[in-house]
Write a new protein. Structure first.
Length: 432
């Protein structure tokens, strides 16, 4: 579905004006949750004189805070302004992230990590809601993927930059500096983003009419669901919640503890550990782009999610069986696993608005993301706990492998809507 040359340039301009700001915002959110793994690898527990078990709890507490306020937060976003509430969240989470490098008391640090999670909790579903207001169904997998690329891209550059930053100064300064970047970016976000196309001065009346008509037409083909109670009891929604719990258990156990696993296995310096940790995310970026492209081309969603999660689980099993024999083979399996965990994000979050109307889709995304946060808590805590208890990474690999395979299998139970061909008008909205 290539764009015709006659397409309104203001419609193409959405990709350049909305998505970079959304990408940077989510990138900073991901930075300030994922850099904990580098602090742990650089000796956070030793510096604060805490046990490996407490270090695992600190890594996991973020997700407990992230779990609780998501649905209420999205209700506020829908009622007031995603733009304003995300601005306030940037200020709050930047401050809490910086405090991670300042606080020296374990329980104060635990409270800080919990509050960091709460400050970030509604940001991801709020960004997805924002994208549903600016992009149509046949653009959404790519738009979502460009948002979700913030995950692997952030870990990619963070793995290199944070490692060298810690080596040049300390893990404490790494937390402080990376937290303050979010505070500064908040003011750029406020200046750049508007909640709806109608509020954007650069949208011409013809472009606005074309976009709004296509978005309204999409809603007419969806089932009518009166309220959140009915939506949350839908069979598909329940399956997606359980599915995302196990997916997140696998992926966050991987993200938070990969630097520790690599450093323990190789004994390399923290900057080299950072470079080795970056490889799975580099491959993940390329695979995410390819998957999103073909998902939008074919209008298939589920078929681009479950096989990749199953492959990620099998690769993690491969790492489990080779970890004690060959680091090279175990590391190669980790690269495959990491890339396949990230690749399906765009199609997955494009699937939800295709199952539910917009009056309940945002809160449902928040509910599913909350279940993912709970999975992230258990993944981060138990993988760290197994690492501390056994002194090895293999048990954690096994846990993540089975979680990812189960997540893939669960998605087969989702009844998707029949695949529809694009409306002729929607071709005008395609990216060039």
């Amino acid at each position: 579905m290539d764009s015709p040359h006659s397409a309104d340039p203001d419609l193409r301009l959405r990709w350049a004006r909305i998505l970079p700001a959304v990408f940077i915002t989510y990138s900073l959110a991901y930075l300030d949750r994922a850099n904990y793994g580098f602090g742990a690898a650089a000796g956070l527990a030793a510096s604060l004189h805490i046990s490996g078990y407490r270090s695992a709890l600190l890594g996991a507490l973020f997700f407990l805070g992230y779990f609780l306020p998501q649905v209420p937060g999205v209700i506020l976003v829908r009622r007031y302004s995603a733009r304003l509430l995300i601005f306030l969240a940037l200020l709050a989470w930047g401050a809490f992230a910086a405090l991670t490098g300042i606080i020296r008391q374990f329980w104060l640090l635990a409270a800080d990590r919990l509050l960091l999670g709460a400050a970030e909790s509604f940001v991801f579903p709020a960004l997805l809601i924002l994208l549903t207001r600016w992009f149509t169904r046949f653009e959404r997998s790519r738009a979502n993927t460009l948002l979700m690329l913030a995950n692997p891209v952030t870990v990619l550059w963070m793995s290199a930059v944070t490692g060298f930053l810690i080596r040049a100064s300390s893990w404490q300064w790494a937390f402080i500096l990376e937290g303050m970047v979010a505070v500064v970016w908040g003011f750029f976000w406020l200046a750049l983003i508007r909640d709806t196309p109608r509020q954007a001065r650069w949208m011409t009346p013809s472009a606005l009419t074309t976009l709004e008509q296509e978005l309204d037409r999409e809603q007419q083909s969806l089932p009518r669901i009166a309220n959140l109670r009915i939506a949350f009891r839908q069979r598909n929604v329940i399956i997606l919640c359980i599915h995302y719990f196990f997916w997140s258990l696998g992926i966050y156990g991987f993200v938070l503890w990969l630097p520790v696993v690599i450093r323990n296995a190789t004994g390399t310096a923290i900057d080299i550990t950072g470079l080795l940790s970056a490889a799975p995310y580099l491959v993940g970026v390329l695979l995410m782009l390819a998957v999103a492209h073909f998902s939008d081309r074919t209008a298939h969603r589920r078929e681009f999610v479950w096989p990749l999660l199953a492959l990620a689980g099998l690769a993690m099993l491969g790492s489990f069986f080779t970890a004690g024999r060959s680091f090279a083979w175990a590391y190669a399996c980790l690269i495959v696993a990491g890339a396949c965990m990230y690749a399906p994000y765009g199609p997955f979050f494009a699937l939800i608005p295709e199952l539910l109307p917009r009056n309940v889709a945002g809160e449902t995304i928040a509910l599913i993301n909350s279940c993912g946060a709970l999975g992230g808590f258990f993944g981060t805590y138990f993988v760290g706990l197994l690492q501390a208890f056994t002194g090895k990474s293999q048990a954690g690999f096994l846990l993540m492998a089975f979680s990812l395979i189960l997540a893939g299998a669960l998605l087969l139970g989702v009844n998707h809507l029949p695949r529809r061909q694009p409306h002729p008008r929607s071709a005008e909205l395609e990216t060039p």
